[in-house]
Design a protein around this ligand. Structure first.
Ligand code: TEU
Ligand code: CA
Length: 570
């Protein structure tokens, strides 16, 4: 099978591996229990050792922290707890010296309600009123029936004027009105400010929400009373126009990378946002594989994903975008539970299954993202009391689902252990010292108590650690074009325990085989002499066990959570 690759443009961001930092939880340099920019600076050597190319910083801008920095009150200043603009300049320079690029988090679907634009808008300033969505209520009720991502109505009544404003997230995060050209101009100028400083691109928060359905009509209500408002707030009629305008006026003048966070997108939407010829974004984050374990209360569920669903989902994106647009690859981010707890086994097979997940993801086609601590196989935190949690989404859901009597508080805590966003936000585990080496004072959120055994210091001293598996995967991507540009072919799509795929590039083939269960599995693939190939990586020592080989098939004995990649050159 000859693979056509000539229509994929080659760009640095396609060959890169990105590392996401959640600054609040990464490293505290000044003993106030909150991570900061100087803390990140201290860890540049660590990131260099890992080998990543790009850092994505979750928001570092001034914010009252209703949603940990995703509510911005000044886009051109640094959050006080994180440091100063000169700390940022120093961080950018040091990262660049180490050959690492920096992406900022562009949160422009909404601002903080403390942003001067919103303060003036609320005061009915002529110029600023229309920066946000203000509407009259209907007979004492909000303007429409939309419900927010974090619960409740998306509308907040302002007593002074008697009008409501729109907020898809918390009431402290009013949505910007992108239909107003003055809003778009402000954002373009702000983006230019950071690009002139030398930042290397942006991750764009819920960027497919910036164009709403005109007229803001009511959402459909299903049998259980759930309102579908999200589809009226995503992929709206002017979103591509806005993104192309941002590209043409600013982004196209710099050599940068962009990744859009886009919940609720199909393959055809993705091709519009990130198609090679579209001049919008370089890639997007789709969410389908993050929703496979959702239940009747959405993410608050104890359902475990089904491997066949996961494989079909991955195949759809791998083949659907191939040659047309670019994939992003992730198991984790600051909104998701820990990958090893969710898709692997965080007990007996923690190290092996964390490596298996790493191999499975990093051998796929697209740009991989590592979320801080993933490279150590960090696990979900199991706090015993709701008082130990900090995340607004978690706290709101706990209140709404327990007070309405839909879920008991014990059950809700189990859901939170499994799916809550704070699982990703406990402090980075640097060493076995008190507070995990993140700080010397009590952190803003408790560390996961397993830091005494799972931490960076131990793993750096152990050549068999999860850390070195990630390091190796990053190196392999630099050495083999097939990993970056090869086509993807799913093998054995109905097998319930093994995720096997082949990548093809010119006449080479890369075989990737991953056992997703805690048992030994006899697995059959089409006939191929794997012993003639080059073993690129495996999460157990030595070559995999080939139990038989014939003209019909090759049989492999896979150990629990075993994964390997073998390159067969023509
Ligand atoms: O997340 C958008 C988003 O879709 C999330 O609300 C997601 O559905 C949820 O977190 C899953 O639990 C972005 C940011 O990544 C998130 O941290 C912010 O809270 C949100 O936007 C608002 O800015
Ligand atoms: Ca600090």
């Amino acid at each position: 099978m000859k693979t056509v690759t000539h229509d994929i443009p080659h760009a640095w961001w396609q060959q890169a591996v990105v590392y996401q930092i959640y600054p609040r939880s990464f490293m505290d340099s000044n003993r106030d229990g909150i991570g900061d920019l100087k803390g990140i600076l201290q860890k540049i050597d660590y990131l260099k050792e890992l080998g990543i190319d790009v850092i994505w910083l979750s928001p570092i801008f001034q914010s009252p922290n209703a949603d940990n920095g995703y509510d911005i009150s000044d886009y051109q200043d640094i959050m006080k707890e994180f440091g100063s603009m000169s700390d940022f300049d120093e961080l950018l320079e040091s990262a660049h010296q180490a050959g690492i690029k920096i992406l900022l988090d562009l949160v422009v679907n909404h601002t903080s309600n403390q942003h001067p634009w919103f303060i003036k808008s609320r005061e009915q300033d002529k110029h600023f009123r229309d920066y946000y969505f203000w509407r009259d209520g209907k007979d004492g009720a909000p303007p429409n029936n939309w419900t927010g991502v974090f619960g409740g109505s998306t509308w907040e009544l302002d007593q002074q004027t008697g009008q409501y404003y729109l907020h898809l997230f918390t009431p402290e995060q009013p949505d910007l009105n992108w239909e107003n050209p003055a809003v778009r101009k402000e954002i373009q100028e702000m983006v230019r400010f950071w690009l002139e400083k030398g930042v290397d691109g942006f991750r764009m928060d819920v960027i497919n929400c910036i164009s709403k359905t005109p007229g803001l009509p009511d959402g459909r209500v299903d049998a259980s009373g759930q309102v579908d408002s999200f589809s009226l707030c995503t992929n709206g009629p002017r979103v591509h126009e806005y993104l192309q305008e941002l590209y043409q006026t600013v982004l196209s003048q710099y050599d940068v990378m962009t990744v859009g966070e886009t919940p609720a997108v199909s393959i055809s939407d993705a091709v519009l946002y990130a198609g090679f010829d579209r001049q919008e974004l370089n890639m997007i984050f789709q969410f389908e594989h993050m929703e496979l374990d959702h239940g009747s209360f959405g993410k608050w569920s104890e359902k475990r994903f089904d491997l066949v669903d996961l494989k079909r989902c991955m195949e759809k994106w791998q083949t659907g975008l191939y040659g047309t647009a670019w994939n992003s690859l992730y198991w984790n981010n600051h909104d998701q539970p820990r990958a090893v707890s969710r898709f692997g086994n965080d007990q007996e097979y923690r190290t092996i299954s964390a490596k298996m997940l790493a191999i499975c993801l990093h051998m796929l086609q697209g740009t991989p993202y590592i979320y801080q601590g993933e490279e150590l196989g960090m696990t979900n935190a199991r706090f015993s009391s709701i008082d130990d949690y900090r995340d607004i989404e978690t706290l709101n859901a706990y209140r709404d689902l327990t007070e309405s009597g839909k879920v008991s508080s014990e059950q809700m805590l189990r859901y939170i252990h499994k799916a809550g966003r704070d699982n990703a936000r406990t402090p980075m585990q640097w060493n076995a010292d008190r507070y995990a080496g993140f700080s010397t004072v009590e952190p803003w959120i408790s560390p996961n108590e397993n830091y005494k055994t799972i931490n960076a210091q131990y793993q750096l001293a152990d050549k068999d650690s999860v850390f070195y598996c990630y390091q190796k995967l990053i190196q392999l991507r630099k050495q083999h074009h097939i990993i970056v540009y090869g086509s993807f072919h799913l093998i054995g799509e109905d097998h319930p325990q093994v995720f096997c795929y082949q990548r093809c590039y010119e006449d080479d083939k890369l075989w990737v085989v991953c056992n997703f269960c805690d048992e030994t599995v006899e697995y059959s693939i089409p006939p191929v002499d794997l012993t003639q190939g080059e073993l690129l990586i495996r999460n157990y020592n030595g070559m995999p066990t080939i139990t038989s080989q014939s003209g019909q098939n090759t049989l492999i004995r896979l150990l629990p959570y075993e994964a390997f990649a073998i390159l067969c050159t023509a």
